[in-house]
Design a protein around this ligand. Structure first.
Ligand SMILES: *Cc1c(COP(=O)(O)O)cnc(C)c1O
Length: 363
């Protein structure tokens, strides 16, 4: 099977993990600090704070910005559930804005209509590694005095006009889950230029402890381990090459699949660096078969594919139970059309040719 996601782990990671294990310093320590420094430098922010995962990075960011009970945060319904759940964790309300059919990201032209006196922030997601329209989003945020929390959990190294995803808004949040562009097993990171926000996050990440066993606020244990940070340091060095291979693989798939009736592929907008966390096509009603049939066919041929995500968040039981009744037609339509194909750095040239050939013969 050609998997749709697979972490790229080498002897380097094994060696560095053994080094940490031998040192005995397994929990948060020097390795974490070093990873934070290198990650901040890579993203281009003054601070980076390592966390236990991407979800805790989002939760800490919302808390540090003071977003609380009854506040509203504008976000996309077409994302992994953590983006919106983190808003619920602080007692605030996710307000869903429909997406753009071309980019799969929040449609900035629909944001202003959803702003109310309770709106505190916009939380765009750079889905599949393609940055959201940050120019327009930042302008709206400025006009209405809103914070911007970038969910860059799928966009390590993605860029908008030379600026890294995660360095444009007030904070950026990253995940290092094994399927992401780089991994630490489980792990996350918050990036920011704002010292006050960074200090709050440091505090909240470690039970609100300022001086040893003196707790000044209610905090959490959202720390990263030294073991994870060591893997992260090794992976971060390779991230640019991982991303280069992803882009090259995507170009090959784009070329090979671009003239098939009913398969729609988005072209990357100008001045945007897409890092192809996923290579996602739309299987529209013009396609010869159903999406389900194509998935089955690919699977029979040994090609894994996946739907990210089959149900928009406002249609999830947990959100329906919370009272959500939105109709967000583009998200709902694309949830029925999207299909992600293997694009990660362990997919070989031959794999790509086989994927293209297999899809062509079924189309
Ligand atoms: C992976 C991901 C997260 C959460 O990250 P975890 O590390 O799994 O907690 C949040 N948002 C998006 C868009 C993601 O893809």
């Amino acid at each position: 099977m050609i998997p749709v996601a697979k972490p790229y782990i080498t002897e380097q990671e094994k060696k560095i993990v053994m080094e940490v294990l031998s040192s005995g310093a397994l929990a948060q320590g020097e390795w974490v600090s070093k990873f934070e420094q290198k990650f901040a430098k890579f993203i281009g922010t003054k601070y980076a704070i390592a966390t236990s995962n991407g979800t805790s990075a989002l939760h800490l960011s919302l808390m540090a910005l003071g977003i609380k009970q009854d506040d509203e945060v504008i976000t996309t319904p077409f994302t992994f559930i953590a983006s919106a759940n983190a808003i619920i964790y602080v007692g605030a309300k996710p307000v869903f804005v429909d997406i753009d059919e071309q980019t799969f990201n929040i449609n900035p032209d629909l944001i202003e209509a959803k702003i109310t006196p309770k709106t505190r922030a916009i939380l765009p997601v750079h889905l599949y590694g393609l940055p959201a329209e940050m120019n327009k989003i930042m302008n709206i945020a400025k006009k209405y005095n809103l914070y911007v929390i970038e969910d860059a959990c799928q966009a390590h190294g993605a860029r908008v006009r030379g600026q890294n995803a995660g360095s444009i808004g007030d904070v950026g949040c990253f995940s290092f889950y094994p399927t992401k562009n780089m991994t630490t097993g489980e792990g996350g990171m918050v990036t920011t230029d704002n010292l006050q926000i960074a200090e709050k996050i440091y505090l909240l990440r470690g039970h609100g402890m300022k001086v040893r066993y003196q707790y000044v606020t209610l905090g959490y244990n959202y720390r990263m381990t030294n073991i994870a940070a060591a893997i992260g340091l090794s992976q971060l060095k390779k991230l640019p090459s991982f991303n280069r291979i992803r882009v090259k693989n995507a170009q090959k798939l784009y070329k090979g699949l671009s003239n098939i009736k009913g398969i729609v592929i988005t072209k990357t907008p100008n001045e945007i660096k897409h890092v192809f966390h996923q290579f996602t096509v739309r299987i529209t009603s013009d396609y010869k078969h159903s999406r389900t049939k194509l998935i089955e066919y690919l699977s029979q041929k040994g090609i894994d594919s996946s739907i990210y995500y089959p149900t928009p968040l406002h249609k999830q039981k947990v959100y329906i139970d919370l009272g959500y009744k939105d109709s967000l037609p583009v998200s709902e339509k694309l949830a029925d059309e999207v299909l992600s194909l293997p694009v990660h750095p362990l997919v070989s040239e031959e794999d790509l040719e086989f994927i293209i050939k297999t899809i062509k013969e079924f189309s």
